[in-house]
Design a protein around this ligand. Structure first.
Ligand SMILES: [Mn+2]
Length: 319
């Protein structure tokens, strides 16, 4: 039986419940953090208790969001809370013990959602979870202030790559316009998300260009980096977000992959264009994501082994 609910039920749930604890995904990005922050703000403005958390902490590059007033360390005893997850598609995107929780409500926009939850409000045609939160807060009658607009704009801008990715909808631009009109520094958000890089991120980017490979007549581009290479370059795992932009920007590339270490795993992130469904491809390796942006992780594998695997997977798609 499906636990999917319509917006009306999600709204009723948020109106009726209290003492919300809102979980965001590991390797937190602007969408999960901005969405959770805005939801906390909105619920508090209705006189409810709400707080957000992330086991790994919010990264330094999102420090322009005043998140610390809305995020707390993950509590050990959650029995009194209404557990909600935002932008979390699977237990793999959480740490223990959260990965084993049954959330009262999961709000998400990934194509496939396998999280343990009683209710799932999923809009997989939306480019960002921030769009769902924007609509829910409107539905709850929460006034759109500049304070609320900043994390929402960050969420939507982040997952849409600055309103450039294919899943950006006319409605997305409409929401952005309403958020801009509150007077937020929207140009500053874009600059801090996409144009401001630390020296160690630049070092990772330089390494990425050195390791760039083209395959299948230039239709597939790949960057694979090891922990040792990152360390030698003067960067680390936390700096590797910038790598995703490198292979996908080459003219003629229809599909790209970045393979990199992630804790004791090796992670592969795919990007694609047109009718190439990388979410389905990633599912064959127990991964997931969106139609044009998805990935999977492997335990007990080297970067070289995952690179070989990826090349054989892509061969089936592009040949
Ligand atoms: Mn997202």
């Amino acid at each position: 039986m499906s636990n999917r609910i319509p917006e009306s039920e999600a709204l009723r749930f948020l109106k009726e419940r209290d003492n919300f604890l809102i979980y965001t995904h590991n390797s937190p990005d602007g969408d999960t953090v901005g969405s959770a922050m805005a939801l906390v703000m909105g619920l508090r403005s209705m006189g409810k208790r709400a707080t957000a958390c992330n086991r790994e902490g919010v990264p330094e590059r999102l420090a322009f969001l005043p998140y610390s007033a809305y995020f707390t360390p993950c509590p050990e005893d959650v029995s009194d809370y209404t557990l909600v997850s935002v932008d979390v598609a699977s237990p793999k995107m959480l740490s223990l013990p959260e990965a084993e929780y049954t959330f009262a409500l999961s709000i998400d926009h990934h194509k496939v959602n396998t999280i343990g939850c009683e209710r799932l409000y999923l809009r997989d045609e939306y480019i960002a979870a921030g769009e769902i939160i924007f609509e829910l807060l409107k539905g709850l009658g929460v006034a759109l202030t500049a304070e609320l607009a900043l994390p929402l704009y960050t969420a939507i801008c982040s997952d849409s790559g600055g309103f450039r990715y294919q899943a950006t909808r006319p409605e997305t631009m409409g929401y952005a316009a309403e958020l801009m009109a509150t007077g937020i520094d929207f140009a500053g958000v874009c600059r801090l998300l996409f144009e401001s890089k630390s020296p160690s991120q630049i070092a990772a980017e330089k390494l990425g260009y050195q390791k760039l490979e083209l395959h299948f007549g230039g239709r597939f581009a790949l960057v694979a980096v090891t922990e040792e290479e990152l360390r030698a370059a003067g960067s680390s795992e936390e700096d590797t977000e910038v790598l995703n932009q490198i292979p996908r920007q080459i003219a003629g590339v229809q599909m790209s992959a970045v393979i990199k270490p992630k804790g004791n795993l090796v992670k592969c992130s795919f990007r694609s264009s047109e009718d190439i469904d990388v979410a389905a491809l990633s599912q064959t390796q127990n991964g997931g994501g969106h139609y044009h942006a998805a990935g999977f992780s492997k335990e007990n594998a080297t970067v070289a082994e995952v690179r070989d695997l990826v090349l054989s997977m892509v061969e089936g798609v592009l040949l």
